[in-house]
Design a binder for this molecule. Sequence first.
Ligand SMILES: [Zn+2]
Length: 321
Amino acid sequence: MAIDELKQQIPLLDYLQAHDWQQARPISFGRLLGLCPLHADHKPSFLVDPNKNLFYCYGCGRGGDVIRFAELYHQVRFPQAVALLHQWRGLPPLLHEAAGFYRMQLHRHSEAVAYLYQRGVRSPELIEHMRIGYAPGGCLRGWLTQFGYPLQTLRQAGLVTGSGYDTYTHRVVFPLEGNLYGRSLSAAAPPHRFLPGAKGGLYSWEQARQYPEIILVEGLFDYAALWQAGFHNVTCSMGTHLNVHQHRQLCDRMRTVYLAFDADTNGSGQQAEQSLACRLKQQGMNVRRVLLPDGHDPNSFFVEGGGDARQFQVLLEAALP
Ligand SMILES: [Zn+2]
């Protein structure tokens, strides 16, 4: 049966570890104990049996298999949990292939390079670091089917529409963990798009997490501008709302978090920033809010506002608790 097969293909421990779970100590019969990812746990009460692929929490009393875990962790119902697990298992190689294709297209399309230039993305190191590509539209499907990916799989991943066309057309593409973000070049199309499924964790977290002080921005072009200016302790939540996974990543140890969201004229960025700051402080984080000049985001601060690294450093030092 398909469900049993899925459970066999996804060891519970692998899935937990991919979601940042760490064992505190092994106990008898090969079982492991660690903090519970499902409730605010202070002493390890989450028991994992990797042989039986089952978990149980002595704190919140919940337990079950990998599907049950996905339901509770992502707060979804059974069919969605199964879909998420299917996607988690099969998606990485497919997205990797698609991202590789988009990267090959970037330098063949001057409109894409010109767009990046205009958004301040100019250094080849940055393009390489972010693995930026371009979706011209109308040729990804052919490329991937040639590698044997069935059309159905491409549709499920959201790379191809129901009517068989490439989903991303005239979009600059940034590979994420388990997704691809596409930024439209054309003002006529919705600017931001993700493939179906979770937007994943914090952007480039493995690099950023090494720093005791982290700058959090809401957009990938903000990330790009800061990285290019030499701030490599930057990460991005792709929107002002952090999902459970991103929140957990940010709070995985005590650190200082500089929030540098957009200074929208309508104040929505500041509001989101304020409520996030509260939540992070409750977790014991040291939070600073970076005040950008009115109407600016970190990208426009550098690209349109003529700001430089030294001036941004001044903003960091002046950031409010
Ligand atoms: Zn628990």
